[in-house]
Design a protein around this ligand. Structure first.
Ligand SMILES: Cc1cc2nc3c(=O)[nH]c(=O)nc-3n(C[C@H](O)[C@H](O)[C@H](O)COP(=O)(O)OP(=O)(O)OC[C@H]3O[C@@H](n4cnc5c(N)ncnc54)[C@H](O)[C@@H]3O)c2cc1C
Length: 417
């Protein structure tokens, strides 16, 4: 099939099926049943087996017509990518439909108080009891756990094996008595993450993803997609501004899903505001500030080119290169420099928040949100380690955590089995 045929097929299907009078769930069910919701997925799992390039053609037609696509916000696409690669047939049929229709939301239960960068040091434990696994322990930093129906859980099931080999990956039902979610308030005033406590939480054995004690490669798949920013965006064509009940429903869905991410533009440093602010305040005439602005804009532009190269490689079906870690590191450097330039432009008033403050507190929010970029999705130091070892092929760090995990030195508080 040529690109034109694909576009024609998509257009013909939309003309027959898309209507703004449908409910969002009815519409998304049509997408699910036809494969047009996620055309790049395999035919047997709610897709059409199209390439990324062909899928972009379909996206264009959706945008042209103003049709809403499959749900794609939040952690659900990370869950989908992980399940498509590692889940069994019945798990895929159980969970992928709720992801596409948006009926079910997901969260990523990986980081713990004693294991963030050292993710494989997880001590949340799952023990087999008949047809169930009993989970005890704690996760932290879990974005959107307060909205989630299911969690991707990495838990320790064997303490006698080396740390990467004793982990198992599960799908956990978040709505059960043994799961307690507590929201954490951040220094920027938002509350996007949670602590999640498990006290004898239960997971049916059929929710184990991959095989027992082989959870690490499954978690790596989730992380690889996280760094690659897997989300496809079908919100072209100004869908967010269109009138009609189905668009209202969609806007409401996006608003709830995006609520934990409202401050994300600020955490990226708001480079887009810099030149205008410099003109408004007269700081543009200051030669030192001008130099810093130029440095920032150059850094930002080169990062955009790296991201464009990564997107082109992904579209061409090439395996992920070093761009993920390079891009993540560049984002941290840009955000930090942007927050410094904002402070140079605004002066001490940058610290003020509230109605009468510069840009109604946006500048202050930038200052207290930017540190998150160099932590989320793997810290700067971890990205540097990855680049050193996998791209520059430098010798690996000396490790002291081999042998049975129960004998690996850990913080006292996280030492219990
Ligand atoms: C906005 C945001 C959203 C998040 N969402 C989620 C989520 O949904 N689910 C989830 O599971 N987690 C989530 N996280 C957690 C995130 O993945 C961890 O915070 C991150 O991996 C760092 O772990 P840590 O906080 O335990 O820091 P630590 O690992 O304790 O690191 C502390 C410091 O030591 C450095 N360090 C650690 N190891 C090394 C090393 N080997 N070499 C050199 N330096 C090192 C680090 O770079 C850092 O500076 C989120 C975090 C943020 C900020």
């Amino acid at each position: 099939m040529t690109e034109n045929d694909i576009k024609e097929n998509a257009r013909a299907w939309l003309e027959e099926n898309w209507s703004i009078d449908l409910s969002l769930l009815t519409w998304r069910t049509r997408l699910l049943e036809s494969g047009w919701g996620v055309p790049s997925w395999p035919k047997e799992y709610f897709g059409l087996g199209l390439s990324q390039n062909e899928t972009s053609e379909v996206d264009e037609v959706f945008a042209e017509i103003g049709a809403i696509g499959a749900a794609h916000s939040g952690v659900r696409m990370l869950a989908a990518a992980t399940l498509l690669e590692h889940a069994n047939d019945s798990q895929k049929h159980q969970y992928l439909p709720g992801i596409i229709t948006g009926a079910e939301a997901w969260c990523q239960l990986f980081s713990e108080p004693g294991s963030g960068s050292d993710l494989a040091g997880a001590t949340t434990k799952a023990e087999r009891e008949g047809d169930e696994w009993i989970v005890n322990g704690q996760k932290v930093w879990t974005t959107s756990a307060h909205h989630a129906d299911f969690g991707l859980l990495l838990a320790r099931t064997n303490w006698d094996k080396p740390k990467h080999q004793g982990l198992t990956f599960f799908v956990l039902d978040m709505h059960q008595p043994g799961v307690e979610v507590r929201q954490l308030k951040q220094m920027n005033g938002h509350a996007s993450f949670n602590e999640v406590f498990f006290t004898d939480a239960r997971i049916p054995h059929q929710n184990l993803v991959g095989s027992e004690e082989n959870g690490w490669p499954v978690a790596i798949t989730t992380l690889a997609h996280e760094r690659r920013s897997f989300d496809r965006n079908r919100d072209g064509g100004g869908i967010m501004k269109k009138a009609g009940p189905i668009y209202d429903e969609y806007r409401q869905e996006v608003e709830i899903a995006n609520e934990p991410y409202r401050w994300y533009p600020q955490r990226a440093g708001r480079v887009d505001l810099i030149v205008e602010r410099a003109h408004q305040t007269g700081a543009i005439k200051d030669p030192v500030i001008r130099q810093e602005i130029a440095k920032l804009l150059m850094l930002n532009q080169s990062a955009q080119w790296t991201a464009a190269r990564a997107r082109a490689a992904q579209k061409a079906g090439k395996p992920q290169g070093p761009e993920g870690s390079l891009g993540k590191l560049a984002a941290s450097n840009i955000a930090r420099l942007a927050s410094r330039v904002h402070t140079m432009i605004t002066g001490s008033e940058a610290m003020l928040s509230g109605e009468n403050s510069p840009m109604e507190g946006v500048i202050a929010e930038i200052l207290v949100s930017v540190p998150a970029v160099s932590i989320a999705g793997g810290t700067d130091e971890i990205q540097k380690n990855i680049i050193a070892e996998r791209v520059l092929e430098m010798p690996k760090e000396t490790r002291f955590d081999g042998g049975p995990f129960k004998d690996v030195p850990r913080n006292q508080a996280h030492n219990e089995q």
